[in-house]
Design a protein around this ligand. Structure first.
Ligand SMILES: [Zn+2]
Length: 273
């Protein structure tokens, strides 16, 4: 189960947990599936061949087996957090104790023995050059991590819950907000050169083309905003989020209804500001 002594993740070793998404990056799925987490939370382990220690992004829920699997790919030299929601952060203290690695995040309250991150922070760790992109919207403290795998030259962005591998994310009003979220999507859409940038999401499968996914997300948001505008035209300008959600999200499962209402509140705040 251990990564080998040279520090390589041995990407093609079937005995290692998770799956290699590129030679220096593994995705390890946590066992916390649910209506808001899809198949579960994706934790990522980043370590280029020869690097003495790995970077773990989002150790996820407090699950002993999952944390042992992540630690087994170490030693772990650094932990990064994409945002504060519990399905990504619940294990932070335990994992920091287990590995001795500092935890860094945009929210200073989430950092353990490490400095807070900011937009544009560059980190050399795990034998990789990482760049932090502040992408507020899903939450105020949401960030992405851009990485180029030095082995095969592929570019990827770890997107947390800013962009998911399947479906669309929610704007967690009032912590999240739609205006910043749209700006974050536009920024991610415009990253990179001619080669596609891969999406390594916090939930769901890896997606091949960040730009195409951002374009689809923006189109979806525009469509939802049109629906909310139409609902307001029918219900009156001071309609409540619950009334608008009945019209716009009338078809959603009860398990995600509260998320739909939160999303409507975010859209109403955006339209009314
Ligand atoms: Zn999540």
């Amino acid at each position: 189960m251990d990564a080998d002594a040279t520090g390589a993740l041995a990407a093609d070793d079937p005995s290692l947990p998770g799956e290699a998404v590129s030679p220096s990056v593994r995705r390890v799925l946590a066992p916390n599936p649910g209506p808001m987490t899809l198949d579960g939370t994706n934790s990522y382990v980043l370590r280029a061949p020869g690097a003495p220690a790995a970077v773990v992004v989002d150790p996820g829920p407090l699950d002993e087996g999952h944390l042992a699997a992540l630690a087994g790919l170490g030693p772990v030299g650094l932990v990064l957090l994409t945002h504060h929601h519990a399905d990504h952060s619940e294990s932070l203290a335990a994992f920091a104790t287990m590995t001795g690695a500092p935890v860094r995040a945009i929210d200073p309250d989430r950092c353990i023995g490490g400095e807070p991150l900011a937009d544009g922070t560059r980190i050399r760790a795990g034998g990789l050059d990482l760049e932090i992109l502040a992408t507020p919207g899903h939450t105020a403290d949401s960030m992405c991590v851009a990485v180029v795998d030095p082995v095969d030259g592929t570019s990827a962005v770890l997107t947390g819950d800013t962009i998911l591998g399947r479906g669309t994310t929610i704007i967690a009003d009032p912590d999240g907000a739609l205006g910043p979220y749209l700006a974050s999507l536009e920024r991610l859409r415009d990253l990179g050169g001619d080669d596609p940038v891969r999406v390594l999401p916090g939930h769901g499968p890896v997606v091949a083309d960040l730009r195409a996914l951002c374009v689809a997300y923006l189109a979806h948001r525009a469509e939802r905003l049109d629906q909310v505008r139409d609902a307001l035209a029918r219900l009156g300008a001071d309609a409540t989020a619950e009334q608008v959600a009945d019209l716009v999200y009338g078809d959603v499962d009860a398990a995600v209804r509260y998320a739909a209402e939160a999303s409507v509140r975010a859209q109403l705040a955006y339209l009314r500001s």
